[in-house]
Design a protein around this ligand. Structure first.
Ligand code: PHE
Length: 345
């Protein structure tokens, strides 16, 4: 019997030493020391042996069991240590990797950004924002703005007509009248919005954007207009800018002016400036003092041309954006080519 015990012990010791995982070791424990295993069975059967065999058999079997238990315990510790080590290796965190990568976010379209910047300038000067309809009556778009019945822009070659009395507004100026009808003076508003003209080339699209300005009060002068536009020009084109007023004509202002801003490009001696063509000035908008005839259309709303004056101006947002950023073709603003748009984050 002791021979068999030695054989079992040898076999078990070899298997335990070769066990590669805790799970494998657990299987060996069951196989050699479990309830149905051979060695414990021998121990349980000691009483049935011949008296002279009981001593040596019991001793050998007990020693074998204790030795195997100790061996399994040792091996278990080794394996657990190795497995922990392995786990730690696997779970290692590289703290030098970037954290949650920033999500790509979009940004405003150049036109929207430009509009908001212009709005901010005038809000800072005390103007409010008003908006009006893009589908407008001939009355507000032309008649009440003092356009002569023969004025060429009334023609169907220049203007989109919905019917004989309704057009797509050709400018934001009709809101001058709507705003004055809505509340008495003093009035300080700007009107951003879309306008429409039958025009299409590198510097004209059938739909574009304007910002109108209107200031009406008891003592508003051309000097106030110039000061206001100078503040605007410096905010948008740089603090060293100057403005220049040139005589012009609009049916609804008298006098009417065109406003130039001093060129903001770096001039290289001997090279012609692309932007100002070496004149030193860039046209940015049309303006003037509100014609008393226009006030005549809203006199009943408190706009008595004998008591009040006003100035008005209108600028193209596309033009301002293109000048500032050197955009060569207006249509780039509408093509939705990300390679172009991404430059204006
Ligand atoms: N409405 C004019 C245009 O579109 C611009 C303008 C506005 C001129 C206000 C004078 C006063 O050309």
């Amino acid at each position: 019997m002791t021979g068999r015990i030695a054989e079992l012990r040898g076999e078990a010791e070899a298997a335990i030493a070769a066990a590669a995982t805790s799970a494998e070791l657990e299987e060996l424990r069951v196989r050699y020391l479990g309830r149905k295993a051979e060695l414990p069975n021998i121990l349980r059967g000691i009483a049935a042996l011949a008296p002279e065999q009981r001593g040596p058999t019991g001793k050998a079997a007990n020693q074998a069991r204790q030795a195997l238990e100790a061996l399994i315990g040792q091996r278990a510790e080794q394996l657990a240590g190795g497995e922990l080590e392995e786990q730690l290796q696997r779970d290692v965190v590289d703290v030098t990797l970037p954290g949650a990568p920033p999500q790509p976010v979009g940004h405003l379209h150049l036109l929207t950004a430009t509009r908001r910047e212009i709005e901010d300038v005038f809000l800072g000067l005390g103007f409010r924002i008003a908006e009006g309809p893009e589908v407008e009556t001939v009355y507000y778009n032309f008649d009440a703005l003092n356009f002569d019945v023969t004025h060429p822009t009334r023609g169907r070659a220049d203007t989109f007509y919905v019917n004989d009395d309704v057009v797509l507004r050709t400018h934001t100026s009709p809101m001058q009248l709507r705003a004055m009808e809505a509340e008495p003076p003093p009035l300080y508003i700007i009107v951003p919005g879309r306008v429409y003209r039958r025009d299409s080339d590198a510097t004209h699209t059938p739909q574009f954007h304007q910002i109108e300005g209107l200031a009406v009060d008891e003592d508003v002068t051309l000097a106030d207009l110039k000061g206001t536009l100078l503040a605007f020009a410096r905010a948008i084109f740089g603090r060293d800018r100057e403005v220049r007023l040139r005589p012009h004509f609009f049916p609804f202002t008298e006098p009417s002016i065109e406003v130039d801003v001093s060129c903001f490009m770096a001039h290289v001696p001997g090279e012609r400036c692309r932007v100002c063509k070496d004149t030193g000035w860039i046209e940015i908008l049309g303006a003037g003092m509100v014609d008393p005839n226009v006030f005549g259309y809203v006199a009943e709303y408190g706009y008595d041309p004998e008591r009040i004056q006003g100035f008005a101006f209108g600028m193209g947002i596309e033009r301002i954006a293109m000048l500032r950023h050197g955009v060569p073709d207006l249509r780039l603003l509408y093509d939705n080519d990300a390679r172009f748009l991404e430059q204006f984050g």
